[in-house]
Design a protein around this ligand. Sequence first.
Ligand SMILES: [Zn+2]
Length: 588
Amino acid sequence: MSQALPLLLAALLAAGSSAPGAGGRSAKGSAAARAAASTASTASSARGSPQARAEAARKAQLEEARAGLKALMGDRTKRRYHHHWDRAIQKLLAAGRGAAAGPVQLEAARARYALYRWSADESDREKALALAARAARAGVPQAATFAAAVRREAGDDRPPVPRPRAGPPRGAAPEPPAIEEEAATDPELEAAVAALKGPSAQPEPPPAGTGPATVAAVKTWTGGDYTRVAIYLDRWVGWRSDELPASGGAPRRLVLDLAPARLDGAASSRAVPGEQVDRVRTAQHGPDTVRVVLDLPGHDAIAFHRLDDPPRLIVDVGTRTAAREARIAAGRGGGAAEPAPATADGEGDDGPDRRLVRRVVVDAGHGGLDPGAIGPTRLREKDVTLAIARRLAVHLKRAGFEVVMTRDADRYVALEERTAIANAQRGDLFVSIHANANPRRALNGSETWILNVADSRYARRLAARENGVEEAGEGGEATRLLTDLDARSSTVASRQLAQEVQKELVGATRKRFGDGQDLGVKSALFYVLVGARMPAVLVETAFISNKREEARLASPAYQEDTAAAIARAVSRFARADLRVARAEAARP
Ligand SMILES: [Zn+2]
């Protein structure tokens, strides 16, 4: 897949990119340059001289800057912040003076490129190339090789593919550019981003003796028959859950113990709106354990999800599966596991013309401090997604759907909050809008994603829970089955929805431009889809990293086409869904 998944995480809070540290460089730099120039002789012969001490200090400064950069690349939290990179790279450049200047500029270029891999900000690639050019001028032969590798990955070294004329295609379709989804990367670039890989790229249980984790916050979202609780940590530690039945006037409780952990701030006990959770209490329980207790007045099932960056344990409370699943199950007669939800507004009513898909949740990707990917002309993904989402809402309403938007302004919404909104608002479908980005700038086209329940990480977590090891969330057999079933049942519908969206999207692009590239329906572990109780898809409309598609994404005409296409797909899916339900209901 593209960079899409890391980007969702990486671009978080990639705020201010001011570049401090440059100011001090000139004065110090020139002094050191003089020192370096006057000590052309070896340092050892002049041990103890001022020149030698200056040389030693310079070396120490360089080593410190290198170590700082390496630490940053390995730090899963810090490396998501653009300003940390700016500072570390500035430090490196400030330390690289005299004879070292050229090689250090190349190191800085590599670091910039590694940052680009995280930020998907095209300006970071440009800066990497500018640094490489400086290094080349300083006589570093590898600089040209590195720059060539960057251009090769971007596809800038190839002659431009002749553009088909706008308008309907005539005769033979243009030859689609070859998609090398996971093409082997250049060794030069591998070296540049090497520190981003390795063990730190996969969240693993921390080694023993790294001290307690901090429980930073506990948040809740409630709506209708669903409550989501999120517990935020600064790193993963072991946790276990216990369910205590109601007794002696005390309600049923879910007790979560996280250890070793410290609570950030005072113990708290607060009421939670809604029917599923009365109270959430958080306290330091013994020196090493933070205990979170949920008072549960009802019999709602519980599901756990684990999200990373920042580490957060998600507890979903509420029995409702997607309304459409329940209605279809009810329509099957006998043995229906789940009764149709009976609600005040009569949603459980199954009239002959009743729509199974009534409310669509439209999710504009990124927002606020999280810009998403940034294109060659500085177009921001968060602005494009909001523009398309707004237009999509208009089209859906016109087609008779109710619409809930996870955001309708340029504001930050956490991934877990987006799904929580969808579940709490009883959405029947969830559509998350994004724009793609890839270091290979030639890559173009549309792809639609669904949650992959067979993803190795997902599977590993599921297994861990079944085996009662590591994460040891012993929610009981029913919880485990429900979670599993939830995910699987909506996968079939999600895939159908994804296929409709993909077909309409590619069709619309081909109609207008004659060159819609169909990258298909794919699946991966997208956090924004985790725990969604309705068919859910993530649409990568087009590549913002591709100059041609960036221009399209910026244009109201394309935004309108895209929104209309997705709305048509939703309508088609809804009609097919209704037919399935009728057929199921008619079956003896
Ligand atoms: Zn995105």
